[in-house]
Each structure stands twice: as structure tokens, then as C-alpha cells.
Write a protein that binds this ligand. Structure first.
Ligand SMILES: Cc1cc2nc3c(=O)[nH]c(=O)nc-3n(C[C@H](O)[C@H](O)[C@H](O)COP(=O)(O)O)c2cc1C
Length: 219
């Protein structure tokens, strides 16, 4: 891949407000997008995310009611993903999730589990002070989720698929909907973001960004 092809994908990606409802993303392409979410980095590698692919039509209707920032996107998108972020019960240093993750996903030997667990405890308690409130830890989980979001949107753009990230929704309302209709445990997960994928109907407006010289300093 050339530099120009990479930059073209970044130019191609825009927050698509309405998709061509007649076009569907192939299973292969959607799988590719989700693989790049799965392979995304996360702090300590603890993957504090879960991705819900919304297919149910009546759920979609209710989701639209709660999503002011997705009025054109939700009814027309080929695929909609809601990203859940893990909360304190599973992300705290001494949780079963974290211990199991180090042993069985990361396959670390016991002495390394103890060492890494110690760093993670210090990181949460002292360095980043994530245990001061439930919100601090949830927001930290959300930060990891947004890395996957960036990768998903860039991958989509690289294969000619449009997307729109969405935070324009009533979070409490969406979480209540997920609890009642998708059995999501509100103590375990909160909503980080939503993202819609599909194919544009019209060309976007020209991209506006500050110059690199305004956002980058050398120190
Ligand atoms: C985390 C996040 C949440 C966003 N939420 C919405 C949203 O709810 N609805 C929407 O139409 N656009 C949303 N956007 C799109 C931004 O407004 C858009 O990315 C920005 O204006 C830059 O434009 P561009 O992406 O077309 O280059 C969101 C973007 C991000 C990164």
C-alpha cells in the first residue's frame, strides 16, 4: 500500500449522515472490520469491550428514538454496532475477569500474573487514580474502546465502506433498552459509543481541519 492510498482512505472517511439503504456490506468486509476491532490494542491488553451488532428491526426503531445524532444513519445503515465498555466489577485489579484474562487469554505463567497484577493495581490506585469513582474506571474502559472505533472506521474506509461514529444519544435510555431487550447487565457494562457502516448516498462536504503546524509542537 502506498502513502497516497493510506491518505486517500483518511480523506474518504467522513461522518456519513445517511447511507444508501439498498446497499449491504458483504459478510467478508464486515468480518474484516470486526477483526480490526478485535486486534486493537488496549491498556494492559485487557480488552474491556464487547460489540453488539444490531439486526433486530424493532430494536433499531427504539434505538433511533434515543439517538438524536443518528436519525439519518440508523434507518439506512447496512450495519450498526453498539460498543459496550466494562465497568468496575470486571475491570478492577482483583476481579475474576482480570485474573482469568491473564491466566487463560494471555496465558501468562503464575509469577508473571502476580507481577503484572501488581503493576495493574498500582496503575489503577496510584498512577491513574482510576478507583476514585466508578465513572473514572468506566471512562478509562471507554478510552480503550475508542481505539477499536478508530481502527474499524479506518479499515472500512480502506475498503470503500462509509461509517459514522455516534455519541449523540441518550446513554441512560440506550442502556435501559439494552437491559430490557438484549439482557445486558448494567452493572457489568455501559455504552461507550455506536457506529454505523454502509455506503454513502451523496458526496460529503469538503473536509476542514487545522494545519499540522497548529496542532503539533516540537519540544
Ligand atoms: C466519538 C464521536 C462521536 C460522534 N458522534 C456523532 C453523532 O452522534 N452523530 C453524527 O452525525 N456525527 C457524530 N460524530 C462525527 C463528528 O461530528 C465528525 O467526525 C467531525 O465533525 C469531523 O468530520 P468528518 O468525520 O466528516 O471528517 C462523532 C464523532 C466522534 C469521533
Amino acid at each position: 500500500m502506498t502513502r497516497n492510498e493510506i491518505l486517500s482512505a483518511y480523506q474518504f472517511r467522513h461522518a456519513c449522515k445517511s447511507f444508501d439503504a439498498k446497499k449491504t456490506i458483504s459478510e467478508d468486509d464486515f468480518h474484516l472490520i470486526m477483526e480490526t476491532a478485535r486486534l486493537s490494542p488496549s491498556s494492559f491488553g485487557f480488552e474491556p469491550w464487547k460489540f453488539l451488532v444490531v439486526e433486530n428491526a424493532s430494536f433499531k426503531e427504539k434505538l433511533k428514538e434515543l439517538t438524536w445524532g443518528g436519525q439519518g444513519q440508523i434507518p439506512t445503515a447496512s450495519h450498526i454496532v453498539i460498543c459496550l465498555a466494562r465497568k468496575t466489577p470486571s475491570m478492577k485489579y482483583d476481579s475474576d475477569y482480570i485474573l482469568n484474562f491473564m491466566k487463560n487469554v494471555q496465558k501468562l505463567p503464575e509469577d508473571i500474573v502476580d507481577l503484572k497484577g501488581g503493576f495493574y493495581k498500582k496503575f489503577q490506585e496510584e498512577d491513574f487514580k482510576l478507583l476514585e469513582s466508578e465513572r473514572s474506571l468506566f471512562d478509562w474502559s471507554c478510552k480503550q474502546c475508542y481505539i477499536a472505533l478508530g481502527n474499524m472506521m479506518t479499515t472500512a474506509a480502506l475498503v470503500g465502506i462509509d461509517s459514522c461514529p455516534m455519541e449523540g444519544f441518550d446513554r441512560d435510555g440506550v442502556e435501559a433498552l439494552l437491559t430490557s431487550e438484549a439482557s445486558v447487565d448494567p452493572n457489568k457494562y455501559g455504552v461507550a459509543f455506536m457506529v454505523a457502516f454502509g455506503y454513502r448516498e451523496t458526496e460529503p462536504m469538503e473536509k476542514t481541519r487545522q494545519a499540522l503546524s497548529e496542532i503539533m509542537d516540537v519540544i
